[in-house]
Every structure is written in structure tokens, then in C-alpha cells.
Design a protein around this ligand. Structure first.
Ligand code: SF4
Ligand code: SF4
Length: 339
């Protein structure tokens, strides 16, 4: 496998960013990490994961969909779409890489979302194998291997060097573009690093979390469960869990009058919000219980029902870390599977 020594990683970033935009996870003053556009000298974060997921690159929190110009009774529709420039996201973890597969099933199914497709086609995802998983991680429950992530290119570290493995043609093209900076590497140490990480995964608190009690066939059993009342009681409907979640994909579309025309934009929405399903005739989900149930039923029952058993969660653990009242999908799974 081709590799680069760790002390030359920034030279590699300089070379990549000279050709296209490069985004890497960097530390914020608070100690947490976020993706930023690389500038020479920026250090890559050693945090396990960013607070907000990498989905922003393909499905941004807000985006302009179209503009309208009014002239008397005439309305001119202005297509604001432009071909996206090529870009690279470096250091995506295995959970977030799998979230793109889930988002693809939503946005690339007919009718194809051209805004998302444009970014997907121009973005190269370079993943980073995990070596220090956190207590909130449970990606293995969804058959994700954090030691061998998906994405276009998978990168592995043995502490001394970074090794590059292509997962597809786009990944091979990326490696070809930096091949003059790479050298042949001995991967003997990597197997040991992977084995150590798998041992850590087995000792984590959520190592034995099972999805056996969930899936499309459990629809009526879980929908009618009396446990939703207790589970949803503490939820304050803040939507934090949906905003940090790499697989949540709901959005709202609104028009904004700039005084010089109309901008139609979309922005992330949350099924946890009281007006999420509000329509002209009223709201079919009037209680927080119904809204709370919807979020978890979607990930654990409805999504697999419509996607050959694939769950709508990747076990990234963000909702475990960020919910202000400590409610999360793991608590829901454990409560629902109890007879
Ligand atoms: S539901 Fe929670 S653990 Fe699952 S993908 Fe979303 S934020 Fe991550
Ligand atoms: S589950 Fe937690 S993070 Fe999600 S809306 Fe309720 S209170 Fe907010």
C-alpha cells in the first residue's frame, strides 16, 4: 500500500489544496472539532469525530434553490444551479462514510436531487480508520467496520505513517494525483493496529447493542408500544439530535423576498419540531410523543422497511453526546427490545 510519513502530511495537504478545495477536521478553541477549508499550516484534529457531521458537504444546512424576478404579472424563474468545483473531504470516519450511502438512497432515487448529486459527483471522500473509538460509538451494530472505512479512499495510520487504499475509481484517481508524494509501505503494523482497535470496540459499553428487534416487520409492534409515553416525556423538542445526525435528511423549502426578487431556499428541518408536519388542514402529529416516535421509527423501522433492511442510523454516537436531556436512540432501542 502507498504511504506518506506523518511529518509530511501537511505537505500533502498543501499539494492537494493547490489543485482543489480541501476540507479537514480541525480543533476549535472549545476542544471539539469541525471541518474547515484547509489553509497552509493548519493541523488536522486528533479528535475522533467532528461535532457536526460531514453531510454538510453534500446536503448543506441552507442552500439557494432558485430565484424569481417579478415584473408586473410576469414571473421569471432563474436557475441558480452551477456545476460544483471538485473538492476533497479528508478524515471522514467510517460512520459518516456510511451515512452517505444512506443519504444517496434518499437523494439519488428518482426524482434525483440535482443539487445533492452535483456535490456528490464532485466530492472525493477520504476516510480515516478509527484507532481510538469512544464510549458512545456503536457503528458495529450496523455492520460498519471502523478499522476499514468506506469512502473513495481509506486512510490507515500506524502512528508513523498514513497508508492510502483506493475503494473505487474516484479514489484511485485521487491517489494517482498524489502518487509522486507517496512511497511503498510495509503494512505489517497495520494489521496489529486494526486488531487492537477491534479489541477496544469489543470492550465498549455499547459493544453488544443489537438491531435484532428492529426492522420493517416490527412496524405495528413498535408503533403501538406503550413505552413511547415514558421515553418521550423528557424530550424538549430542541432538534439537536437531528441537526448533529449524519443521516437525518428532512428539509423545509421557503421563499424570501429580498426586496429585489424572491429567493427560494431550503434548510434543514427537524421532525422533533412542533410545526414540522403543519399543513393547511392542520397537524397530524400534535404531541411530542408522536414526533419523538416518528424519529426513531423512521431510523429503526420505516427506513429498513423501504431499503432492504438498511437502518437509518450509523451508530456515530452524536445524539448520545449532545442531547440536553440525555435521551437518545440507544435508550430507545434498549427500552423497546425489553419484553
Ligand atoms: S441517530 Fe444518533 S447515533 Fe444514529 S446516526 Fe444519528 S446521531 Fe448518530
Ligand atoms: S431527543 Fe434530545 S436532542 Fe432530540 S429533540 Fe429531544 S431533547 Fe432535543
Amino acid at each position: 500500500m502507498l504511504k506518506i510519513s506523518a511529518d509530511k502530511l501537511n505537505s500533502l495537504f498543501d499539494a492537494v489544496s493547490a489543485k482543489q478545495s480541501l476540507y479537514i477536521p480541525v480543533d476549535r478553541e472549545s476542544g471539539s472539532a469541525e471541518y474547515r477549508k484547509y489553509k497552509s499550516g493548519m493541523e488536522m484534529s486528533k479528535c475522533l469525530n467532528t461535532v457536526r457531521s460531514a453531510k454538510d458537504f453534500f446536503f448543506p444546512q441552507t442552500e439557494n434553490l432558485a430565484d424569481f424576478k417579478m415584473n408586473g404579472k410576469n414571473i421569471e424563474v432563474i436557475d441558480v444551479r452551477e456545476e460544483c468545483e471538485d473538492f476533497v473531504i479528508f478524515g471522514v470516519r467510517a460512520c459518516d462514510a456510511r451515512s452517505f450511502t444512506i443519504l444517496d438512497k434518499v437523494f439519488l432515487a428518482e426524482p434525483v436531487d440535482s443539487y445533492y448529486k452535483n456535490r456528490r459527483e464532485h466530492g472525493t471522500v477520504v476516510t480515516m480508520a478509527c484507532t481510538r473509538p469512544a464510549e458512545t460509538c456503536f457503528c458495529t451494530a450496523f455492520d460498519i467496520d471502523p478499522t476499514s472505512p468506506e469512502g473513495d479512499v481509506a486512510v490507515f495510520s500506524d502512528g508513523e505513517s498514513y497508508f492510502f487504499k483506493p475503494n473505487n475509481d474516484k479514489g484511485q484517481a485521487f491517489i494517482d494525483s498524489i502518487a509522486d508524494m507517496l512511497e511503498d509501505g510495509d503494512t505489517a503494523e497495520l494489521a496489529q493496529v486494526q486488531s487492537n482497535t477491534r479489541k477496544i470496540m469489543q470492550m465498549l459499553p455499547l459493544a453488544n447493542l443489537s438491531t435484532d428487534s428492529f426492522g420493517g416487520e416490527k412496524l405495528m409492534e413498535h408503533f403501538n408500544s406503550e413505552k413511547w409515553a415514558n421515553l418521550s416525556e423528557s424530550c424538549i423538542g430542541c432538534g439537536t439530535c437531528t441537526f448533529v445526525c449524519p443521516t437525518c435528511q428532512c428539509y423545509d423549502i421557503r421563499d424570501f423576498d429580498t426586496g429585489n426578487g424572491i429567493k427560494r431556499f431550503r434548510c434543514w428541518d427537524s421532525c422533533m419540531y412542533s410545526d414540522f408536519t403543519k399543513m393547511a388542514h392542520g397537524n397530524p402529529r400534535n404531541t411530542q410523543l408522536e414526533r419523538f416516535r416518528q424519529r426513531f421509527m423512521h431510523k429503526l423501522v420505516y427506513f429498513p422497511a423501504n431499503n432492504n433492511g438498511e437502518f437509518g442510523c450509523v451508530g456515530c454516537g452524536r445524539c448520545l453526546a449532545k442531547c440536553p436531556v440525555s435521551m437518545n436512540i440507544v435508550k430507545v432501542m434498549k427500552a423497546l427490545e425489553e419484553k
